[in-house]
Design a protein around this ligand. Structure first.
Ligand code: 2AM
Ligand code: CA
Ligand code: CA
Ligand code: CA
Length: 264
């Protein structure tokens, strides 16, 4: 039998330790490199943080597989068994330029089902955490289930990629949505934007292309408060590929699809 309490205890201990290390790194000079394009950034701290998790997990739970953004884990072919999914710094550009608006995202899945989701806002020392079926918490405070919000009072998090040409959606489809809602926001950290949907600070987050480490923890949290997460096609997310993501309060998710995207 899997001891989920033990895994949860270690996951929380390691994410706090990793956060402490990141806070201490603010005094040091960063080594910044680019990945797929000049705006796709990675630092030595992203890499060291991922390695910190991998060393601890491999030592403590040698049978678990690990998927991490920076590639120090396993190249996973399936979600069989227990899989840790780690984004050591989500919002690297913010980390470099602002020293805020970034998070560590850690999730643990069993046979493709999310059991533990942790998003740690390092600068604010705020840990969003959830276990499947046991509610979602911000530090020690339980997060209430999401209540229905009228579209005209909703705030949606959406980034500028939707105003440029893209393969997934005609950008014009979203203009009426932006007009209908109360406001839009863009924070530049998918994990934090999902945590904000979980806490009702925003009512939806729409983005064109995310990887499993960006949303794995967020899904566990959003499920615990009755939110809904799908691709722009209305399908469940796939953990072995990139995905478009629509995550929202249930009634807002439904309205986005029935009135604006019209694809579900
Ligand atoms: P990252 O900081 O871990 O790379 C920025 O709007 C958000 O999109 C961040 O959560 C960022 O995660 C994520 N993202 C996903 N794919 C990306 C890419 N190819 N380049 C930059 N950011 C990406
Ligand atoms: Ca990245
Ligand atoms: Ca990320
Ligand atoms: Ca990252």
């Amino acid at each position: 039998m899997t001891n989920w309490d033990e895994i949860d205890r270690y996951a929380k201990q390691w994410i706090k330790e990793a956060g402490e290390r990141i806070r201490n790194s603010f005094k040091m000079e960063l080594i910044i490199e680019t990945k797929s394009n000049p705006d796709d950034l990675v630092t030595n701290i992203d890499k060291e943080t991922e390695q910190f998790f991998i060393e601890n997990i491999a030592k403590t739970f040698p049978g678990h597989q690990i998927l991490g953004e920076e590639g120090f884990g396993d190249s996973i072919q399936s979600m069989k068994g227990i899989t840790w999914i780690i984004d050591p710094i989500d919002g690297t550009m913010n980390f470099i330029h602002q020293q805020r608006n970034f998070a560590i995202s850690v999730a643990v899945y069993e046979e493709g089902v999310g059991q533990i989701g942790l998003i740690y806002d390092v600068v604010h020392d705020e840990l969003y955490h959830a276990r499947k079926g046991q509610g979602a918490y911000l530090n020690s405070t339980e997060i209430k289930p999401l209540e229905e919000v009228p579209l005209e009072r909703a705030i949606i998090a959406i980034n500028a990629t939707w105003i440029t040409e893209n393969k997934r959606i005609d950008p014009k489809l979203l203009i009426p949505l932006v007009n209908a809602v109360r406001g839009t926001r863009s924070y530049g950290s998918a994990a934090l934007e999902m945590a904000y949907v979980v806490t009702g600070r925003v009512d939806a987050y729409i983005t064109m292309r995310l990887s499993p480490w960006d949303f794995a923890a967020g899904i566990v949290l959003i499920n615990e408060v009755g939110g809904v997460i799908t691709t722009l096609e209305g399908e469940p997310l796939n953990f072995l590929t990139e995905n478009s993501v629509v995550v929202a309060n249930a009634n807002i998710h439904n309205e986005i699809f029935t009135k604006f995207i019209k694809r579900k």
